[in-house]
Ligand binder design. Structure first.
Ligand code: SF4
Ligand code: SF4
Length: 202
């Protein structure tokens, strides 16, 4: 799937996410925030101007978020911007429950934020013997390459394959190749490799 489809999944199926910022004491703080809209520019959410969360968003301009449903998860971290009341009415239209929380003109307490430049990951363990992961980017953000990669000193001994919980290493050639979409990042292959040629990146 491409990143747009993951944003659609995040907003339309997962919807409620845990969003992290840094509190005034310098430690992380989380709260549950609904992701209300998505488009090619990013993901939109809102909060009331009186909240401490609002102050942190304005000051920090950055969040990390995670959401999970049916053993599938999405995590993103990146830059946010305040777009004021733009898209507020559209958000209320597409999320009618908001009219019960902020009836009439009380929605004027709210402002909208857009997560517009971010990178992250989709991780699916709904089929435990065949996990899948994929990277997600918003706004042309570079994908951070992370995981375990086999170097050219591989001798094809297959020890890594023997200890891999997902058997996600293609041992048909040399060097062997780790399937990055199925790897758990557990590190067992790197620990056992006699040539120490499996490197962790990211
Ligand atoms: S354990 Fe190391 S040397 Fe052996 S097949 Fe795996 S990567 Fe290659
Ligand atoms: S990090 Fe774990 S799951 Fe990934 S290839 Fe190595 S042993 Fe397999």
């Amino acid at each position: 799937m491409d990143s747009k489809n993951y944003l659609k999944l995040l907003v339309e199926e997962f919807h409620s996410t845990t969003v992290a910022t840094i509190g005034a004491d310098g430690h992380p703080q989380t709260r549950v925030i609904d992701m209300m809209l998505w488009d090619k520019k990013g993901v939109y959410f809102l909060t009331a101007k009186g909240k401490e969360f609002y102050r942190q968003l304005m000051e920090q301009g950055y969040i990390a978020l995670s959401a999970v449903k049916d053993k599938r998860s999405i995590s993103l971290r990146g830059k946010i911007k305040n777009i004021g009341r733009k898209k507020l009415d559209e958000i209320f239209e597409k999320n009618p429950y908001m009219q019960g929380i902020y009836p009439g003109d009380t929605r004027s307490a709210l402002e909208v934020f857009c997560l517009y430049e971010a990178q992250g990951e989709y991780f699916d363990i709904s089929e435990p013997t065949h996990v899948t992961r994929d990277s997600i980017t918003i706004g042309g953000c570079d994908t951070v390459v992370s995981g375990y990669f086999v170097g050219k000193n591989c001798i094809g001994c297959k020890l890594c394959y023997s200890v891999c919980p997902q058997k996600c290493i293609d041992i048909s050639g040399k060097p062997v190749v780790i399937d990055q979409h199925r790897c758990l990042h557990c590190g067992r292959c790197a620990e056992i490799c006699p040539k120490q040629t499996i490197q962790k990146r990211g």
